[in-house]
Design a binder for this molecule. Structure first.
Ligand code: F6R
Length: 258
């Protein structure tokens, strides 16, 4: 695992965008795994800027989003379809037919989940998977006690996640209870993984994911089993890392650090 500590959210976002751009420069038809939530907003903003100002090209890119709330239509303002369209897709040139987001309104979830996994496979697998992390250590919506071999499926959200996400809804009871999410096993098959985290509320989860035991109680800890994972975090989210000095020492010695 590599840990890159940036001074603030802005720098974290710019570093992450550079890594995405590097991936696209090396492989213009890369398959990207995308996340929603507050964390990657700055990254999407920076990618949009790079597209507009520097000609970063997405015309051959394919994307698979991690998750979607069950029961929200694609034009519901809190759906992840809507989020992705507003914050990213409508500003860049990814062909519509190359964009995949789990359906929150299918009438056959089991078949849909199987199809989603199959599509990832048919598109050659995910080259770069972007992740955030929940305050309970979840990745995508793989809540504590999710199988570390899990595949795309429906998950019941933990109360902490529902409370964390209530900030985006008018009332707590409007937050959906179920989500359709890629599994931990699905995520671990990506060739490269980039996890972003910022702010003090994420510090305990980041420390548990990086330095704690591999456990289904912190699904991000399963990333320790992957051979190409980079955490890009701001100072606050790095606040509980015991080996922080060492990670920064490595960072100083890195010749091509973003
Ligand atoms: C979103 C997702 C979630 C979020 C996590 C952190 O697609 O998969 O795991 O990354 O809940 O959310 P924020 O960034 O809002 O703190």
């Amino acid at each position: 695992m590599e840990i890159l500590v940036k001074d603030n959210y802005e720098q974290m976002s710019v570093a992450a965008a550079k890594l995405v751009a590097r991936t696209l420069n090396a492989k213009p038809n890369a398959v990207l795994g995308l996340a929603t939530g507050a964390t990657p907003l700055g990254l999407y903003r920076e990618l949009v800027r790079m597209h507009k100002d520097e000609g970063l090209d997405f015309s051959q890119v394919t994307t698979f989003n991690l998750d979607e709330y069950v029961g929200l239509t694609r034009n519901h303002p809190q759906s992840y379809h809507y989020f992705m369209h507003e914050n990213f897709f409508k500003h860049v040139n990814i062909p519509k037919q190359n964009i995949y987001i789990p359906s929150g309104t299918t009438d056959n979830y089991a078949a849909f989940c199987q199809w989603y996994e199959q599509r990832i496979h048919e598109c050659g697998g995910i080259d770069l998977q972007l992740l955030g992390i929940g305050s309970d250590g979840h990745i995508a919506f793989n809540e504590p006690a999710s199988s570390l071999g899990s595949r795309t499926r429906i998950k019941t959200l933990a109360r902490t996640t529902i409370q964390d996400n209530a900030r985006f809804f008018d009332t707590l009871d409007q937050v959906p209870i179920y989500a359709i999410t890629m599994g931990v096993g699905t995520i671990l098959e990506a060739r490269k993984i980039l996890l972003l985290a910022n702010g003090r509320p994420k510090a305990a989860a980041v420390a548990a994911a990086v330095e704690g035991p591999v456990t289904c109680m912190v699904t991000a800890s399963a990333l320790q089993l992957h051979r190409d994972v980079l955490f890009v975090v701001d100072r606050e989210a790095a606040g509980q890392l015991k080996m922080l000095d060492y990670y920064q020492w490595i960072q100083e010695k890195m010749v091509d650090a973003p």
